[in-house]
Design a binder for this molecule. Structure first.
Ligand SMILES: [Zn+2]
Length: 281
C-alpha cells in the first residue's frame, strides 16, 4: 500500500516536472570562452548514469524491479532461460533477504542483481545518511545471498539528485541505471498492452523496465520474449550492455534546438538538483 501511494504521488509530481531521467548524466559542455582562459582541459568525467547506450548489434537489457517474488520471479527465470535472455534484477533489499535462494538461482543462470534500496523510498527526498543506510542494508542482503557486491543501482522511481549520484558512485562504486523503455506495467494495463509498448519502443541499446511482482507482467513476457527474439534482439545483463557501448557517431547536422540556441546559458547546462522520472522503477 505504501508503494502504491508513492506511485500516485509521483504520477502527480510528473505532471509538474520536465526533467527526463538521466539527462543530468550528459557531460556538461565547456562554457564559452573557457578554452582560452583554462590552461589544461578538464578530462571528461566518466559517465555514471545510463538510460540507454549506443551499441552496434541487436543488444538490449531487460530489467525487472521490486522483486524477487516467491512465485513470479521463478516463472520469469524459466521464460528467460527458454529464450537464452539474460536479465538484470533490481531487487528490494527486504525481498532479497526473504528469498536469497531466488537470487542465487538468477546468478547461477547468468543474470545480474542490482540494488534497488531496502524499502523503496524516494531517495531524492532523504538525507545522505538515510540513503546510505538503505543502500548498505540492501547490499549486505545481496552479498549474503550471492557472495558478490552489486555494481548497479536503480533508484526507486528513477528519483535521485545529481549530488547523490556522485557520492553514491564514489562510496559504493555503483553506476546508476535508469531506462528508456517503460511499459508502465505496474498500472496493469493488460499483458498485450505491455507487450506492444515494449515492442514499439525497444531498439538496440535499450534498457527496458518492468516489474517481476505483477502477474500480468510475467504473462506479458511470454509474447514479449517471443517477439523480441523474432526481431533478432538479444538481452544481456546491464553490465554487459554497458561494456558493449560505443561512442555515438557524430550527427550529420545540428538539431533544430541547437540551431536556435547555439550557446547554452549556465543555467541550462547546470545539473538540476533533483531528477524525478516516471513513477516506474
Ligand atoms: Zn521499484
Amino acid at each position: 500500500m505504501f508503494a502504491r501511494r508513492l506511485f500516485v504521488y509521483f504520477s502527480l509530481s510528473l505532471l509538474f516536472s520536465q526533467v527526463t531521467p538521466g539527462q543530468s548524466a550528459t557531460p556538461v559542455p565547456s562554457l564559452p570562452g573557457a578554452s582560452t582562459a583554462v590552461a589544461a582541459p578538464t578530462p571528461a568525467q566518466p559517465q555514471i548514469t545510463f538510460n540507454s547506450v549506443h551499441v552496434e548489434g541487436p543488444y538490449i537489457a531487460l530489467t525487472f524491479d521490486d522483486g524477487p517474488n516467491a512465485t513470479l520471479t521463478p516463472k520469469l527465470l524459466d521464460l528467460l532461460a527458454a529464450h537464452h535472455f539474460k536479465a538484470t534484477f533490481f531487487v528490494v533489499g527486504q525481498n532479497a533477504a526473504d528469498h536469497p535462494e531466488i537470487l542465487r538461482r538468477a546468478v547461477r543462470e547468468g543474470h545480474e542483481i542490482g540494488n534497488h534500496s531496502w524499502s523503496h523510498p524516494n531517495l531524492a527526498k532523504m538525507s545522505d545518511e538515510a540513503v546510505r543506510h538503505e543502500l548498505q542494508k540492501t547490499e549486505d542482503a545481496i552479498v549474503a545471498a550471492i557472495g558478490k557486491r552489486p555494481a548497479l543501482l536503480r533508484p526507486p522511481y528513477g528519483s535521485i539528485t545529481a549530488n547523490q549520484k556522485r557520492w553514491i558512485h564514489d562510496e559504493f562504486g555503483y553506476r546508476i541505471i535508469i531506462w528508456d523503455v517503460d511499459p508502465l506495467d505496474w498500472k496493469r494495463p493488460g499483458p498485450s498492452v505491455v507487450t506492444s509498448r515494449i515492442l514499439k519502443e525497444t531498439r538496440p541499446g535499450s534498457i527496458v523496465l518492468s516489474h517481476d511482482i505483477h502477474p500480468p507482467t510475467i504473462e506479458a513476457m511470454v509474447a514479449t520474449f517471443n517477439q523480441l527474439e523474432a526481431k533478432g534482439f538479444k538481452s544481456v545483463t546491464v553490465t554487459d550492455l554497458l561494456a558493449l557501448a560505443k561512442p555515438l557517431p557524430p550527427k550529420p547536422s545540428p538539431s533544430p534546438r541547437a540551431s536556435t540556441t547555439p550557446i547554452p546559458s549556465p543555467a541550462s547546462v547546470s545539473t538540476p538538483p533533483v531528477t524525478t522520472s516516471t513513477p516506474g522503477g
